[in-house]
Design a protein around this ligand. Structure first.
Ligand code: FE
Length: 250
């Protein structure tokens, strides 16, 4: 996920597009700009830029996950990038009036903030997913294998747990390292923004939405899970685990 900062000029231009200012009378635009200028001089929008789809992801074809699936899947990822940027701009454009209307049943700030986690989750989850696919033939490091055996009983039981969690999830599975106690756990996700926990680092992401496999396996999710497991790029997962351990040692 690359990031680009918008200048104030670019930001105001983006706000104009996002809020439909082009359709407003000039005096209304000026009043709105004056109000914003009094409170927003320091706000900088950080824009997410989509990462390219890694070429190695297409190596999954030999396991049955096709190029077409990844190409279509990538378009969904780009959609999450666009929506993340759109929501960041909309949040930055909130006025004191909008803030005063914050409400847990329905309010603009509530809708934007809930949907922001869905959009940004969609960006992060897919970047993890595409990156940890495609190796084929690589192996978990002995350190990671030992840790999986410690927290799951054996590597084979971890695999069993991963597949069962994959069958039970409505959207995602993440193998994550918990910085508080050093444990590893296969978390279940029903959406882009459920149910990760704080202070844990995902080291493997498995997309179980139907768009990830339906073209190739129709409703046979178990076959997709087998293909995914064969296509895991363990070099990437090993590196993420090592980085998570380094973070915990700091
Ligand atoms: Fe997906």
């Amino acid at each position: 996920m690359y990031r680009k900062r918008l200048s104030r000029r670019e930001f105001l231009k983006a706000c104009t597009l996002a809020t439909g200012w082009a359709l407003m009378a000039p005096d209304a635009i000026n009043r709105y700009k004056d109000r914003r200028d009094s409170t927003m001089a320091e706000i900088q929008i950080v824009e997410v830029v989509a990462k390219p789809l890694p070429e190695k992801v297409f190596q999954t074809e030999k396991f049955g996950i096709s190029r077409k699936t990844h190409e279509e899947h990538y378009k969904l990822y780009q959609g999450y990038v666009n929506k993340t940027n759109e929501i960041r701009k909309a949040l930055a454009a909130l006025t004191s009036d909008d803030f005063a209307k914050g409400n847990q049943t329905y309010s603009l700030i509530r809708s934007l903030k809930v949907d922001y986690t869905f959009a940004l989750g969609g960006v992060k989850n897919h970047e993890l997913y595409f990156e940890n696919l495609g190796g084929g033939g690589s192996e978990p490091s002995s350190e990671l294998r030992q840790a999986l055996a410690r927290y799951f009983g054996s590597f084979e039981r971890w695999l069993e747990d991963l597949k069962a969690t994959g069958m039970a999830a409505r959207g995602w599975v993440w193998l994550a390292y918990d910085h508080d106690d050093g444990s590893l756990f296969n978390y279940i996700g029903d959406a882009q923004n459920t149910f990760p926990v704080w202070n844990a680092t995902p080291i493997l992401a498995l997309d179980t939405y139907e768009h990830a496999y339906y073209l190739d396996f129709q409703t046979a999710r178990a076959r997709y899970l087998d293909a995914f497991i064969q296509a895991i790029d363990w070099e990437v997962v090993n590196r993420r685990y090592e980085e998570a351990l380094r973070m915990s040692r700091r």
